[in-house]
Design a protein around this ligand. Structure first.
Ligand code: HEM
Length: 439
């Protein structure tokens, strides 16, 4: 790792990590969520501790909220900007000597979905410009065209599962479907070598979405991102010469993004495309197995599947949190925030706010206002892939349970070793009998 990347890790991750670990030992709920096992195993009791502590709760490094209305209003408030730690992009956002700012800027990891110029880390006007160009590729027509592919890839994957066998459902199904789809959208072939490579890239890079990443993990992520960067350079060069009928080719030929923006967008789409939907499918399977009455309801009334997907998104959110930085001094929830102050919004906590969701700790696919969850965020950064994720999730879960009606757990599901991307690394299941695909 380059020395300046080490300096960046120290400021961005190492120092907060040391603080968070100390606070976690003293019982601080936010710190326990970020660096303790509770955050990945079962964050919800800790989230309730935060709710009891107030609407906007101070922590050693920032502010945190699990309040629905407050989270939603911050996400839609232009007095807040993208969160960058430490503030490396915009002078004036945080007080930092220019020399340090320059040094940190030079330590940006190329193709990192959580470094600028990734959409997630841009503010207007750049965010508006880049998002407009990417949204053009996410039109309802473009997404509608993918429906057939979602259906045929799902069928292929389920046909390949052994009737009455035992499999890791994440590896055999939940990770494969979104990976195949997003790869196709980006014009990448998914043979078995690429599949292994992309999955391992995902495993190594996604910890960067957490706070307080250990040095070893950061170093591995940095080395992996260098490989992703080289891969995307080649892919973009190929698509420029031979554009295909896919979203990345449209972005390349439209020529509206500069080379770094293009690569960063491709990298974000790639990661966001499969590292989130895999959690939706895995969390959906475990919740439905844990609530057989709800599964019964779905067997009796399949039109409820889209609604069931919304309840999975609310109840066990695949992306647990996001953050924003105050751009100016302001009063909010009785607190004075200064420029550079960061607020972490635990979306999964907002999704269980009893002021909005009645009996929030019940998994109920018939709740009337389920679509109000914040799992796809809100405001200018609201998830661009939400309709694709909904379509994939509903089709994958419905078809899985229709084709394997006796599916049950074959062991204890194992959570991913991360806080923010909340899902399973392994999900052992007995498949039971297999019903042939409907003609
Ligand atoms: C269950 C699946 C998914 C979940 C829970 C999810 C969640 C999110 C969330 C919470 C954000 C906003 C973060 C913020 O406000 O800071 C976001 C942004 C984004 N998502 Fe998703 N996502 C999912 C699937 C997808 C898919 C399938 C794609 C692409 C194919 C995608 C592409 C994006 C992009 C490009 C952004 C950045 C938007 C911006 O910053 O303007 N997501 N997603």
């Amino acid at each position: 790792m380059k020395p300046r990347q080490w300096i960046r890790w120290t400021m961005e991750q190492g120092m907060p990590r040391a603080m968070l670990r100390r606070r976690a030992r003293r019982g601080d709920p936010f710190a326990r969520l970020m660096v303790g096992s509770e955050g990945r195993e079962n964050p919800y009791p800790v989230v309730e501790e935060l709710r009891q502590a107030g609407r906007l709760v101070p922590t050693s490094i920032n502010w945190v909220t699990v309040d629905y209305e407050l989270s939603r209003s911050i996400l839609r408030d232009n007095r807040f900007g993208a969160f960058i730690t430490p503030d490396i992009n915009t002078p004036g956002k945080a007080e930092m000597p220019d020399s340090l700012r320059r040094l940190l800027r030079s330590a940006i990891l190329p193709a990192n979905p959580v470094d600028p110029p990734s959409l997630l880390m841009l503010d207007p006007p750049d965010h508006t410009r880049v998002r407009k160009s990417v949204s053009a590729a996410f039109t309802p027509r473009a997404i509608g065209k993918l429906r057939d592919r979602v259906e045929s890839v799902t069928t292929e994957l389920l046909d390949a599962l052994p009737a009455n066998g035992t499999v890791d459902l994440i590896e055999a199904f939940a990770a494969q479907l979104p990976m195949a789809l997003i790869a196709e959208m980006l014009g990448v072939g998914v043979d078995s070598e690429n599949r292994e490579r992309f999955l391992s890239w995902g495993d190594r890079v996604t910890p960067l979405l957490d706070f307080g990443v250990p040095l070893r993990t950061y170093r591995l992520a940095a080395a992996t991102l260098a490989q992703v960067d080289a891969f995307l350079d080649n892919l973009i060069t190929e698509l420029r010469a031979n554009p295909g009928d896919n979203i990345l080719s449209s972005l390349v030929t439209a020529n509206e993004l500069d080379p770094d923006e293009l690569k960063s967008t491709a990298s974000l789409l790639f990661g966001a495309g499969f590292e989130t939907t895999v959690n939706l499918i895995g969390n959906g399977v475990t919740q439905l197995l844990a609530h057989p009455d709800q599964l019964e309801l779905l067997h009796a009334e399949p039109a409820l599947w889209p609604q069931a997907v919304e309840e999975v998104l609310r109840f066990d959110s695949p992306v647990q949190s996001t953050a924003r930085m105050a751009l100016c001094e302001m009063e909010i929830a009785g607190v004075t925030l200064r420029p550079g102050n960061v607020v972490v919004m635990i979306l999964a906590g907002a999704n269980r706010d009893p002021k909005i969701f009645e009996n929030p700790n019940a998994f109920d696919i018939t709740r009337a206002n389920v679509k109000e969850h914040l799992s796809f965020s809100s405001g200018p950064h609201v998830c661009l892939g939400a309709s694709l994720a909904r379509m994939e999730g509903a089709y994958a879960l419905r078809t899985l349970f229709e084709r394997f009606p006796d599916l049950r757990l074959a062991g204890t599901p194992e959570r991913r070793l991360q806080f923010n991307l909340h899902g399973y690394a392994h999900l052992p299941v007995h498949l039971g009998r297999q019903v042939p695909a409907a003609a």
